[in-house]
Write a protein that binds this ligand. Structure first.
Ligand SMILES: [Fe+2]
Ligand SMILES: [Fe+2]
Length: 217
């Protein structure tokens, strides 16, 4: 019995350490994509300075979105009630890790920096993920569906706003948009519950604060 309790608490410590490791990697930029960068074979265009600046700002916003995605999925994996749910959150988190690495690579190519407020975004998103997870797997999955749909719409607007010549950023954003749509579908298929309208409005409001701030800082 005592042994069982010991192993159970070792398991919990293991999981917490894994989450802490993810936070440090996400915030320090020590992330590696498992899949090749979608911009890989595309020629780097000579962008006009104002285009380069705009692309840098938009890709910084998308990088912050992926920092938040790591925090959300990590928190929701931590609070998952079943192993199946935990595996699904971890799988999605790994794909978001590709997005994180790709946007980070593009920021470097553009000579732009990541948001200075990333630790704050990570902490805020982690808190929201814990809250969603505490409400049960159905709500937690419903939160994933709504988040991913909102991100997918947001990325569609970036495909309109990114300079036409910036094929490398566009290829990354297009691939991310496809992945986010699939993440939403998978969470829906796994039993995601519809969220009350006021919650979805709140989420849109919070996303607007994040995107507006990250455009500059
Ligand atoms: Fe993503
Ligand atoms: Fe996603």
């Amino acid at each position: 019995m005592a042994g069982g309790v010991f192993y159970a608490s070792m398991n919990t410590i293991d999981r917490l350490l894994a989450r802490a490791d993810n936070a440090l990697r996400t915030l320090s930029g020590a992330v590696h994509a498992a899949r090749p960068n979608p911009a890989g074979p595309l020629q780097a265009e000579d962008l006009a300075p104002e285009d380069r600046q705009l692309a840098g700002a938009l890709m910084r916003v998308n990088h912050v979105g992926e920092v938040c995605a790591q925090a959300l999925y990590q928190a929701q994996a931590l609070t998952a009630r079943t192993d199946g749910m935990r595996r699904q959150m971890d799988r999605a988190s790994r794909e978001e890790g590709d997005h994180l690495a790709w946007t980070q690579q593009r920021l470097t190519e553009l000579g732009a920096r990541p948001s200075l407020l990333n630790p704050l975004w990570y902490a805020g998103a982690f808190g929201i993920g814990l809250l969603a997870g505490r409400l049960g797997d159905g709500v937690s999955l419903g939160f994933v569906v709504e988040t991913e749909r909102q991100v997918e719409q947001h990325l569609a607007t970036h495909l309109d706003r990114l300079p036409a010549a910036d094929q490398r950023s566009r290829a990354i954003v297009a691939a991310m948009k496809d992945d986010e749509a699939r993440h939403a579908d998978e969470a829906q298929g796994a039993g995601g519950q519809a969220l009350p309208a006021p919650v979805t409005w709140l989420m849109r409001g919070a996303a607007r604060v994040m995107t507006t701030t990250a455009h500059r800082i």
